[in-house]
Ligand binder design. Structure first.
Ligand code: PLP
Length: 385
């Protein structure tokens, strides 16, 4: 049976062969650790790690490669920032579309006296920026927001959110899990102070690599979550305070960084605007066809405008889990059903607690994949009925 992968919101697949070759090259021919060896292969690895910091700077329009920090992924990045930057008495604003990668650490630090408020989005997942001022308190320090919903793809209006943050002297911390590598992101233009990213989704790298880009001001006042060996200043028993070592205790995921390096170069070779256009086209085609299926309700915005390539369907009077099961079993289509680690977003979209079936498209999907998915959905509905 042919396999059709429509779960790119969870992780992108397949990975470009260049990504696999880059990781294989490191593991089979280079192999040295970084910052810990005075031999050629170790320097080669160090150069690639530094080059990857530079690639990320260029990709997100940021100017300090030493303030690009590698972590295991965006969940770790958000934990470092939320647990390391805020103190009891601080107040943070988030949206009601956040992933548990934001909500769970927030609920953990709220036990230590950090407050947060989730600004309600509408039932399409849209945020009205004019509302934000109503949630400001004297102790509000920051906005932490997802750039695009992992449930329905709706983009939050980052340009006006960034302006609101600048006008109100708030830090703007971005969760770009669903947008980095899918749409252009300019940290300066959007006024983002800390951009958290994951490497394994649209950046086309492997799982286990991600990071954050942090402004000089915030790098000085954020406490590291992990401390340990950095290969630098080994005579000191304290974590160095300079960047990037302050936040990079322990051996980094060097094979992952090699993969991420190749993933970004691959995206650059195609052009991010071209990738966005391709995914928008697939999304529009899927939405148009899904809207003609009476049993399927398209959750969120009715067109590909203002969203990323993530579309949730709710099959009224059907078990969404059963639909996803038969799509895989009978037609080889991989999708994700349920609550997508985002219960608050599902409450906002009125799809809690039953969830939805999420179809998420990537660079390697084709219009044939969309047509096949739509035909298969119709056949599954007919079979269950
Ligand atoms: N934020 C959003 C919006 C996501 O979609 C995800 C993953 O699905 C995450 C955070 C967490 O990403 P990771 O599991 O790569 O740490």
């Amino acid at each position: 049976m042919k396999k059709t992968y429509l779960d790119n919101g969870a992780t992108s697949f397949p990975k470009p062969k260049e990504v696999i070759a880059s990781m294989t090259n490191y593991m089979s021919l280079i192999g040295g650790n970084v910052n810990r060896g005075s031999y050629k292969n170790s320097f080669d690895a160090e150069n690639t790690v530094y080059e990857t910091r530079e690639l990320l700077c260029k990709f997100f329009n940021f100017s300090k490669p030493e303030n690009v920090i590698f972590t295991s992924g965006i969940t770790e990045s958000l934990n470092v920032i939320l647990k390391g930057l805020f103190n009891a008495g601080d107040h943070i604003i988030v949206s009601s579309m956040e992933h548990n990668a934001v909500l769970r650490p927030l609920n953990s630090i709220s036990k230590l006296g950090v407050e947060y408020t989730a600004v309600p989005c509408n039932s399409n997942g849209e945020l009205d920026v004019a509302q934000l001022k109503n949630y400001m308190k004297l102790n509000t320090k920051a906005l932490v927001m997802t750039h695009s919903s992992n449930v329905c793809g709706t983009l939050l209006p980052f340009k006006s959110i960034g302006k609101f943050c600048r006008d109100n002297h708030l830090y703007f911390i971005a969760d770009t899990a669903q947008t980095a590598g899918a749409i252009p992101i300019d940290m300066k233009d959007l006024n983002i102070d800390i951009l958290c990213f994951t490497g394994h989704k649209s950046l086309l790298g492997p799982q286990g690599i991600g990071g954050f880009l942090i402004s000089e001001e915030l790098s000085k006042i954020t406490r590291p979550l992990l401390e340990g060996g950095t290969g630098s200043f080994s005579e000191y028993e304290y974590q160095p305070s300079y960047m990037p070592d302050k936040f990079e205790g322990g051996t980094p995921n060097v094979p992952g960084i090699y993969g991420l390096n190749a993933g970004i170069k691959y995206i650059n070779s195609i052009g991010i605007n071209e990738i966005q256009r391709h995914e928008e086209h697939l999304t529009q085609l899927f939405i148009d066809k899904a809207m003609d299926i009476p049993e399927a309700e398209v959750i969120g915005l009715p067109s590909s405008k203002g969203r990323t390539a993530v579309v949730s369907l709710n099959f009224k009077n059907y078990d969404n889990g059963e639909i996803a099961y038969y799509l895989d079993k009978d037609y080889g289509i991989s999708v994700r059903c349920g609550l997508h680690c985002a219960p608050l977003a599902h409450k906002t979209l009125n799809t809690f607690p039953y969830g939805t079936v999420r179809f998420s498209f990537g660079l390697f999907n084709t219009t044939d994949d969309i047509n096949y998915a739509i035909d298969s959905i119709k056949k599954v509905i007919a079979k269950i009925y």
